[in-house]
Ligand binder design. Structure first.
Ligand code: DC
Length: 226
């Protein structure tokens, strides 16, 4: 698919940010508010990581990961409002936040072949639709042409505390470092993105700030179609 899709029926709201910045929660809430579909691209990267781990692939071995992803069948399902990953016919959602996936998802995501396959799948599913897409490179690399870009951030201690409160012990600083320094499509604030600090607002507050910005940009909300 053409990366610079300008079809008038396609509307993408890109939401990027580091781990535990709260972007999934606000992206889902914004999509529900607008009547858009929601695509959590991190879940696709987690699903591929889970697939590699299930097949005993060494996730630090770039060549082995590239070969494994080339041999697997990655699909994107939709339950009506939300997209979800399917790997070799299995819906892996219950496994996506396991410690082994947390520990290996950043190195797997840094493999260019993985990014190529998933970026193409994400673009294909957004084509002709209205979608809130969240991730690390959505505004900078997957949909650089969209005018609707947000970067959700929060201080590192706040983000680490959020994960602890969710019962997770992962070191998000390690993941942030790999995600923001990899050579292909690293985490970055896309040019033109509106930065919102989620530590000073609740979910409704972040969504309200986004809606205000989108209205100011001239986005017309029509809840009759996704
Ligand atoms: O949003 P998350 O924490 O579930 O994402 C998991 C990992 O997936 C993240 O550490 C990096 C990778 N990722 C990515 O590289 N590009 C994206 N667009 C989304 C996620």
């Amino acid at each position: 698919m053409n990366k610079a899709d300008t079809s008038s029926s396609t509307v993408v709201i890109a939401i990027d940010g580091p781990a535990a910045s709260g972007k999934s929660t606000v992206a889902r809430a914004l999509a529900a508010h607008l009547g858009y579909r929601f695509l959590n691209s991190g879940d696709l990267y987690r699903a591929i990581t889970w697939g590699c781990l299930s097949h005993g692939v060494d996730c630090r071995d770039t060549g082995a990961v590239a070969m494994a992803v080339g041999n697997s069948h990655v699909e994107v399902g939709c339950d009506g409002t939300e997209y979800y990953p399917i790997v070799d016919g299995t819906d892996p959602r219950v496994h996506l936040r396991h410690a082994a996936v947390n520990a290996n998802v950043s190195p797997v995501s840094a493999v260019p072949a993985v990014r190529y396959i998933l970026s193409a799948a994400i673009r294909a599913h957004a084509q002709g639709r209205r979608t809130v897409v969240e991730g690390r490179d959505i505004g900078s690399a997957v949909f650089p042409e969209t005018p609707y870009k947000f970067y959700i951030d929060a201080p590192a201690q706040v983000r680490q505390r959020r994960r602890r409160n969710q019962g997770q012990t992962e070191e998000i600083a390690k993941r942030d470092l790999i995600d923001s320094t990899r050579s292909t499509d690293p985490l970055t604030i896309a040019p033109g993105a509106t930065v919102i600090d989620s530590s000073t607002l609740d979910v409704e507050g972040v969504v309200a700030a986004m809606v205000e910005k989108l209205r100011a940009q001239g986005l017309v909300f029509d809840r009759t179609r996704r």
